[in-house]
Design a binder for this molecule. Sequence first.
Ligand code: PRP
Ligand code: URA
Length: 207
Amino acid sequence: MAVTILDNSLIKHKLTNVRRKDTKTKDFYQNISEIAGLMAYEISKDFPLQDIEIETPITTTIQQELASEIVIVPVLRAGLGMVDGIRAMIPTAKVGFVGLYRDEETLEPHEYYAKFPSNIEESIVLLVDPMLATGGSASAAISMLKSNGCKNIKYVGLVGAPEGVSRLREDHPDVDIYLAALDEKLNEDGYIVPGLGDCGDRLFGTK
Ligand code: PRP
Ligand code: URA
């Protein structure tokens, strides 16, 4: 399993905007969405291609197209903030949903919703959630995808803690991890340091 921290100046610049505590809902969402689009561009560089014969206005030619369908699966709620940006890059992507919330005391994830497109098993699945903290939510979401037959899963997040990366590597060594930043640690409340705070609340203005 590979852990890739995307090295892109525009992503770093936008992530700084997201981290600032004064950034309000509209700009918070916009920057996350734009980062997600840039991440999709970077991650898709190696998606497998297949040859296809097409006709241009001039002639018949063999060209290439993506060999697999792409399915974006946001973890509700915060993962929703990454969907539009990725769809702007990959408009043919289908979208599934995983609903999980983290118990504030135990930090254990609780599942409350799942809905996946048909044929998700054969697709490249981008599991998106901005925050990889303890890794409990991401690990549970990946288990849900695997129990639905998914074989090619990539985790795409904004900010990760070392604890979350270790947990995913242990639980799901076959899943590649892509992050915009790897932060220092978790604090005693399970928040990423320096992080960006509670991503779901900041995205949806609920606190
Ligand atoms: C946040 C975040 C992840 C999870 C990460 O969601 O979006 O899903 O915490 O933490 P973990 O790695 O320790 O599991 P939260 O549970 O706050 O739900 P919300 O998005 O609905 O606010
Ligand atoms: N969930 C968040 O929204 N932020 C964190 O720092 C950790 C988990």
